[in-house]
Design a protein around this ligand. Structure first.
Ligand SMILES: [Zn+2]
Length: 188
């Protein structure tokens, strides 16, 4: 039977020791004193492809893993933040550029010790001048597709840039009533 990663020894809700038992076909750490079940560890990231004058915005990572590699800007989504708000914030923080999400053009899924999903937006350029976030970005700029090919660039970023040229994707559908008042629907 598959198991989830066991990062908790004690219940984060009530502090009692967790036990391992099968729940929905998987051995999962869970608490016999309260309702807590550790379903797994997940993280959610966003990236953005932003074109200006037929050049795409890239940043060079200032830290490991991947120090020196060029990527599209992006980062992790905060707990109570929408994915569209997260990419606008990350692009502004990392590059100084103001961006508006247009559509979702790609999604990278990576199950594992931490299940990591990364959603990539096509962004509209709302202006602003380049200013690197010193702690995270060692260099940045706008590059033609040909120039991208000559850089040490992450394959995922290159795939996203290529996807951005097809012009289709999921767009935000406002006004749809769903369970959870903060829910937002993206659809073709
Ligand atoms: Zn508990």
């Amino acid at each position: 039977m598959p198991t989830t990663t066991n990062v908790y020894n004690y219940c984060p809700q009530c502090g009692n020791k967790l036990v391992q038992s099968p729940i929905s076909g998987v051995t999962r750490p869970n608490c016999t004193h309260c309702s807590f079940i550790h379903w797994g560890d997940y993280s959610l990231g966003v990236g953005g492809v932003l074109w200006r004058d037929e050049k795409v915005l890239l940043v060079q990572r200032a830290y490991n893993p991947g120090k020196g590699v060029w990527t599209i800007p992006g980062g992790y989504v905060d707990q109570n933040e929408g994915i569209a708000e997260a990419i606008v914030r990350e692009v502004k923080e990392e590059t100084g550029i103001n961006a508006k999400p247009v559509s979702i053009i790609a999604l990278r899924d990576r199950p594992g010790e931490k299940h990591d999903a990364y959603i990539i937006f096509l962004l509209e350029d709302l202006g602003g001048s380049l200013e690197a976030e010193a702690a995270e970005v060692s260099d940045l700029g706008f590059f033609t597709l040909e120039e991208c090919g000559a850089l040490q660039i992450a394959q995922l970023s290159l795939s996203a840039i290529e996807a951005s040229m097809s012009g289709t994707g999921f767009t935000r559908k406002d006004g749809v009533k769903m369970i959870g008042k903060s829910s937002v629907l993206y659809q073709i």
